[in-house]
Ligand binder design. Sequence first.
Ligand SMILES: Cc1cc2nc3c(=O)[nH]c(=O)nc-3n(C[C@H](O)[C@H](O)[C@H](O)COP(=O)(O)OP(=O)(O)OC[C@H]3O[C@@H](n4cnc5c(N)ncnc54)[C@H](O)[C@@H]3O)c2cc1C
Length: 396
Amino acid sequence: MSLPQLTTIVAMSAAKTADLAVVGLGAFGAAVAYQATALGLDVVGFDSYHPPHDFGSSHAETRVTRLAVGEGAHYVPFAQRSHEIWREVGAATGSVLLHDYGGLIIAPTGASSDERWGSFVDDTATVAAAADLDFEQLSAAESRVRFPNLLVGDDEVVGREPTAGTVMADEAIAAQLHLANDGGADLRFGSTVTGLGRSEGRPIVRTSDGDIAARHVVVAAGAWAPSFHDSERLRVTRQVVFWFEAENLETWRPDHVSFAIWARESIDEYLGVFGAPWGGIPGVKVLGEQFVDTTSPEAVDRTVSPTEIATFYERMVEPRLSGLTPHCVKTAVCLYTNTDDDHFLIDAHPQHPDVTVVSACSGHGFKHSAAIGEALARRAAGHDHLDLTPFHRDRF
Ligand SMILES: Cc1cc2nc3c(=O)[nH]c(=O)nc-3n(C[C@H](O)[C@H](O)[C@H](O)COP(=O)(O)OP(=O)(O)OC[C@H]3O[C@@H](n4cnc5c(N)ncnc54)[C@H](O)[C@@H]3O)c2cc1C
């Protein structure tokens, strides 16, 4: 897919009109399309591929979800509402999208509060207390007894949130698209949006199939967002997910270890591990994070070399996790899109007040996607809902 040049305002005419056009039907676009259709809006949605797919930011089966969101108290209502929505959508589609078995976060003891990551357990405890959410802190010794697969260091503290868990990412997208389609949304897969413009005071979405005029447009283009807006502000990075063979998969049961995240001072030391197996992959899913090498969906290397696997195992897995072998049964390459402060960007398009852009595809967006989709759909229908102003551009 080539990069469309989309920020020029041009006059266009449109053959079809809709209440709401949604550009990108991944985690956020699927949620917007589903919620807007449920509100009775006439919705048309476009995606270059057929989500869920493996080319953006929402694949690799599972995502961590936490109600005590240490990234900031303003996220809590979105995570809470998303949990409710995933239960509703799961009930409507006969699937279990949310497994709230609890989750663990691990950080150094005594980290200073101005550390971005190192104080994550303390930050999360503060948010949990303010939101009246259960959150317990375990010493390294206590944690090693309860979770022997996690080699927690003596200088580390573990936070456990019983209401945290795992959301089935690909399935959640598919379920919301299914309901949107059943509700009458016009979902156009394999249809790339190549331009945004205006006609008669309304936004126009240009695709290879023709132009659509809409009262409102939501652009939820994930890692393709920089071709639509804020290219100077958004950085796309390559992230790798590994599944390593377990000596005894039973000890990684997700109802025992749903997920654990190591958040030390340096992002190089970040490690996430999930319970297993979820979707039949006979391995334990682990991932790190990196923000140094920027890329694009077109340029990214989607292969993972044996050296990359071996290095990750030796540096990240072996010192922290017991019972995993160096044998990697599967890998996936996924994309983050981050702002400088790692918080979301949800605001009007710089040149189109009736186009809302949602770039929430940093490493912590999925858990809020269902509720942010609902908030954007309600906004398009003229109703106020959860407060999106913390994600506006004017904070930079
Ligand atoms: C490895 C990894 C781990 C993560 N872990 C977590 C986690 O544990 N917890 C958490 O909360 N979050 C996590 N995240 C973040 C979360 O997954 C993302 O925030 C979220 O999935 C982003 O969704 P999106 O809708 O913005 O992007 P996507 O789901 O990628 O959707 C964008 C869609 O737009 C379409 N598109 C783009 N351009 C066009 C165009 N011109 N025309 C038509 N269609 C277009 C694409 O085809 C794509 O389908 C993680 C992300 C990654 C990569």
